[in-house]
Ligand binder design. Structure first.
Ligand SMILES: [Zn+2]
Length: 187
């Protein structure tokens, strides 16, 4: 038999359960938000580290550091040469250090030049615009009664240059407009 009392307590307890459920949900959301913020923070600091690392590793920084070291060693060597009390062994050691720093600088220069050489293949030879797409395909053709494969390659660059099998099918717009400007200036 349902009394007013029972109805009242049922309502109270379902309300309390509702409040607890809302509170639990709220806690869950807060925790999730904290976790998301934490992982974002971690990501950002990771990216910052990576960026700092990349900056440290860039050829410019390496070259600058090497140039500084070479200069410092040269100065030290000059000072040791002037210093009458410096032993020959000390001077020789400094000279060896200097030679190794120079060797490193030369190796770095070679690497940079090599990288530039590799990059050239991915740039317009006229204006340096980057490559947009490169495609290869081969077709079978009959030649003197035999079937042979002929390879084709096709490259397009941002400036509009199109190279098909080593021949320019579309010109470089940047180079063309520069040439037109020069013609107008001097013509
Ligand atoms: Zn171009």
């Amino acid at each position: 038999m349902v009394t007013i009392n029972t109805v009242f307590w049922t309502q109270i307890s379902s309300f309390v359960a509702f409040v607890f459920a809302v509170f639990a949900l709220y806690r869950l959301l807060v925790d999730q938000k904290d976790a998301t913020i934490q992982s974002l923070k971690e990501n950002i600091s990771y990216l910052k580290d990576q960026l700092a690392d990349a900056k440290q590793q860039s050829p410019d920084v390496l070259a600058e550091r090497l140039a500084k070291r070479t200069k410092m060693l040269e100065d030290e060597l000059a000072r040791l040469s002037d210093d009458k009390s410096a032993t020959e062994a000390e001077i020789n050691a400094k000279e060896a250090e200097l030679a190794s720093a120079r060797g490193e600088a030369e190796a770095l220069t070679r690497k940079v030049l090599h990288a530039r050489e590799l990059l050239r293949e991915y740039q317009c030879p006229h204006c340096g615009s980057p490559l947009v797409e490169r495609a290869y395909h081969s077709e079978s053709v009959e030649y003197q009664g035999r079937e042979i494969d002929v390879d084709h390659d096709w490259s397009t660059f941002e400036c509009g240059l199109e190279i098909v099998d080593g021949l320019e099918r579309e010109g470089c717009r940047v180079a063309t407009s520069l040439a037109a400007q020069n013609f107008n200036l001097h013509g």
